[in-house]
Write a protein that binds this ligand. Structure first.
Ligand code: ADE
Ligand code: ZN
Length: 344
């Protein structure tokens, strides 16, 4: 089946982007944790399949538990949920479901994060995880030309030594991994803790991204850029606390992969109306819209765009610019970027 490319014309205007406009807009998603796309129904069925006891009995129990005060309260449930992924078929199915969602939402390219240490720490082989994911990615490419890549993240609450070991373990699969990243609990685990890991990854030829300035200070964004030499910053919204950093980001066009629904659900902002993404866009920063962990935060990529339209009055022109930024900020080869951009 072919993906939907365009429906009605993509003329820009000052109108607020509606749901149909957002759906038909060709988009890339650059900040999506594949383990964060595990839907409650799938979690329960895998728990049954493997005889794993969860602290939830029903879907309503799971939904009721998804009330977060901050990043850590989310991460505790997120790692617990990921514990139902056991065999290669589980990883395949998780990936397949998200890629089907990409087809439905006209996400023509996706760069997805995965956390190998969440699985290898429970005795699951690295090979099981990566083979499940890449087999689904290959099938989606064959079936509807879905473009996708993997970003292998290090868990920053764990030791540097464990990240170095994970990098070593990934070396035989280097061709299947687009970039390395840094996620999990930010405050107290500054970029400098992983400077050697990222420099080794760079020597091995990996592109680099890092979560910075989600809950942590603007200084972590500066440090991720200078110490980890990243090509993109994940989240980065706390840059607004440092106007000279915003100016620098606008000048250098280092992309920020922003996740609006995530920021509200994790109480970075009390209300979507306070979200700075459109201000950053208007200042010339290369911001993109992303869903982070859609099954935990109440929405996939289109839901994030729609929330910006509803709460911030995002115009169609701004929506097109955000979609354009998503392809420009991707790690696709230049000619492929141009092909996708020509659809806008
Ligand atoms: N892992 C999954 N989602 C995350 C987030 N929003 N921040 C840090 N680590 C994560
Ligand atoms: Zn994230």
């Amino acid at each position: 089946m072919k993906p939907r490319i365009t429906g009605r014309s993509m003329k820009t205007s000052s109108l607020i982007a509606d749901a149909e406009f957002v759906l038909e807009l060709p988009k890339a998603e650059l900040h999506l944790h594949i383990e964060g796309s595990l839907e409650p129904e799938h979690m329960l069925s895998l728990a049954t399949k493997h005889g794993i006891k969860l602290p939830y009995k029903t879907l309503d129990d799971i939904r009721a538990a998804y009330q977060f005060d901050d990043l850590q309260s989310f991460l505790d449930l997120y790692y617990l949920g990921a514990g139902v992924l056991m065999d290669e078929q589980d990883f395949y199915d998780l990936m397949w479901r998200y890629l089907c969602r990409c087809r439905e939402e006209n996400i023509l390219h996706t760069e997805m994060m995965f956390d190998p240490q969440t699985h290898t720490g429970r005795g699951i082989a690295f090979e099981t995880v990566i083979n499940g994911f890449t087999r689904a990615m290959g099938d989606a490419k064959t079936e509807w030309h879905q473009s996708s890549g993997l970003i292998m993240c290090f868990l920053r609450h764990l030791a540097e030594e464990e990240a170095l070991q994970t990098l070593e373990e990934a070396m035989p699969y280097k061709d299947k991994i687009l970039a390395v990243g840094l996620d999990s609990a930010e405050v107290g685990h500054p970029p400098e803790k992983f400077q050697r890991v990222f420099s080794r990854a760079a020597e091995a030829g990996f592109l680099r991204v890092a979560h910075a300035g989600e809950e942590g200070p603007a200084q972590y964004i500066r440090d991720a850029l200078s110490l980890l030499d990243v090509q993109r910053i994940d989240h980065g919204v706390r840059c607004v606390d440092d106007p000279s950093l915003v100016d620098e980001l606008a000048r250098t066009k280092v992309p920020l992969t922003v996740c609006p629904l995530s920021n509200v659900r994790l109480c970075v902002y009390d209300d979507m109306k306070q979200h700075p993404i459109l201000e950053l866009l208007e200042k010339g920063c290369r911001v993109t819209v992303n869903s982070d962990d859609p099954s935990y935060f109440g929405g996939y990529l289109c839901d994030n765009f729609n929330a910006l339209a509803k709460s911030l009055g995002m115009t169609e022109q701004q929506a097109v610019q955000l979609a354009r930024n998503s392809f420009v900020a991707s790690f696709l080869p230049e000619e492929v970027k141009q092909k996708f951009l020509s659809l806008l």
